[in-house]
Design a protein around this ligand. Structure first.
Ligand code: COA
Length: 264
């Protein structure tokens, strides 16, 4: 049914697995289409009570947006790409059923942004987190500048984004990016334990908690009228696509070499 996802429902817990392990589950257009559709299923299907998002294989949750799709994009294309990505991630964040990320490896760029759009996160000991877009002459475009700042605070968010530093599971726990670190084998077991506890509570009240906690960090109206940090992020992401540094950064990644930036 989905070309890039696996989806399975077991006793109210719906597990969505991003399934492009040979590309470290990078988010291409098809993944976004599938994520959009699968979230409609989550909203619609009354048998789905809670959701886990994870990645296929034992190396990556999601290693970012698919960089091969960035080549040749105009500023307008990039704005459309970021707008689409943010909409799908808002659908996750605004879902009234709990959506938890089980981060089983690299969660970089769009992968970290996907994890942060979930209501909370657990990870295995081998997980690695970061927003390394600046290595590509870019910035996060799927809400990362906003959600990383909400989750770990302004100073650490600034440092991680500006240095492209990748942090390990222990540092992610310390920073408040994840709630628990487990072994690889017990990641889904622990995640399901928590979801079983949540499912023993009143579902309408759970949905109201999600609604109210989200209001603490986001005003929906400021998003739709284009004044929010999310809207600014989309514009700035687009601006980066009009630079030579972005072309150099993405080409260097695909050619497996270090980028040489000139500030143009
Ligand atoms: N987009 C597209 N392809 C990606 C990708 C991405 N974000 N991340 C990994 N891949 C692909 C690689 O190109 C490689 O494909 P190939 O086998 O056809 O050459 C495959 O996935 C395996 O990745 P590889 O780089 O060989 O694995 P590694 O263990 O040496 O390195 C990472 C792992 C995560 C450190 C490295 O893949 C990486 O830096 N990825 C990009 C991270 C990033 O910048 N994300 C933000 C994007 S906005």
């Amino acid at each position: 049914m989905y070309s890039t996802l696996l989806a399975s429902l077991d006793n109210g817990i719906f597990t969505i697995t991003i399934n492009r392990p040979d590309k470290l589950n990078a988010l291409n257009k098809d993944v976004f289409t599938d994520l959009d559709t699968v979230m409609d299923e989550v909203y619609r299907n009354n048998d789905i009570k809670t959701v886990i998002i994870t990645g296929a294989g034992n190396k990556a949750f999601v290693a970012g947006a698919d960089i091969t799709e960035f080549g040749g994009l105009s500023k307008e294309d990039a704005i459309a790409l970021a707008t689409r990505g943010q909409k799908v991630f808002f659908k996750i964040e605004n879902c009234r059923k709990p959506v938890v990320a089980a981060v089983n490896g690299f969660a970089l760029g769009g992968g970290c942004e996907l994890a942060m759009a979930c209501h909370f996160r657990l990870c295995s000991e081998n997980a690695k987190f970061g927003q390394p877009e600046v290595n590509l002459g870019l910035i996060p475009g799927y809400g990362g500048t906003q959600r990383l700042t909400q989750l770990i605070g302004k100073s650490k968010s600034m440092e991680l984004q500006m240095t492209a530093q990748i942090i390990d599971a222990k540092e992610a726990l310390q920073a408040g990016l994840v709630n628990y670190v487990t072994t690889q084998e017990t990641l889904l077991v622990k995640t399901k334990d928590i979801l079983h506890t949540i499912m023993s509570k009143a579902p309408i009240a759970i949905g109201k908690i999600i609604e109210c906690v989200n209001v603490a960090v986001l005003s929906d109206s400021s998003f739709t009228n284009g004044t929010s940090g999310y809207a600014r992020e989309i514009q700035c992401f687009g601006d980066c696509f009009a630079t030579e540094d972005m072309k150099e950064g993405t080409t260097a990644f695909l050619e497996k070499r270090k980028a040489h930036f000139t500030g143009k």
